[in-house]
Design a protein around this ligand. Structure first.
Ligand code: INI
Length: 156
């Protein structure tokens, strides 16, 4: 059997860009804090964490792509919340956002992590932003660490 590549969570030597939406800030702010907490807990210097704000989830892919293609970041973490109850064009926003984030990742060959909550209600969103169902921002940062590590192993 050949190589097995499994991500590790060693202190990252690269910079990270968090791209967060301003929409639903009550939910998104704790996601940002969760992501930062995860990265710092894994040994990242806080000075290596940059943060860019988009107006809403629909604009996350462009900022993510610009960040990823800049060559400055080992990973990009997209954070936001699209809530069906408050969004008549929910399906359009979610599907274009998700495919845009995937496209940013594949085009740039930089991990672009989708830490965007897509829920039916504000209550469900809050549950995933640091209350009873964990913190999706923290989880997204874990995914960023893992993906960068696996990619570095494959490429080295
Ligand atoms: N953007 C969000 O991030 N979450 C939402 O729930 C939301 N709602 O409810 O509409 C939302 N809309 C704004 C959208 O992402 C764009 O910013 C806007 O359409 C301008 O392009």
């Amino acid at each position: 059997m050949g190589a097995v590549y499994l991500g590790t969570y060693e202190p990252p030597k690269w910079r990270v860009l968090i791209v967060a939406s301003r929409f639903n800030e009550l939910v998104v702010d704790p996601l940002v804090e969760g992501a930062k907490r995860c990265l710092v807990r894994h040994g990242m210097d806080e000075a290596n964490i940059d943060l860019a704000y988009a107006p809403g989830a629909a604009e996350l892919p462009l900022l993510a792509k610009v960040g990823a293609k800049s060559g400055r970041y080992g990973a990009i973490i997209c954070l936001g919340a699209v809530i069906r109850g408050a969004t008549s064009h929910y399906d359009v926003v979610v599907s274009s956002m998700a495919s845009g984030i995937l496209n940013a990742s594949l085009e740039s060959e930089v991990p672009v992590i989708m830490g965007v909550l897509t829920t039916d209600s504000i209550e469900q969103a809050l549950e995933r932003a640091g209350t009873k169902a964990g913190n999706k921002g923290f989880d997204a940062a874990m995914a960023a660490l893992e993906m960068r590590s696996v990619m570095d192993q494959i490429q080295s």
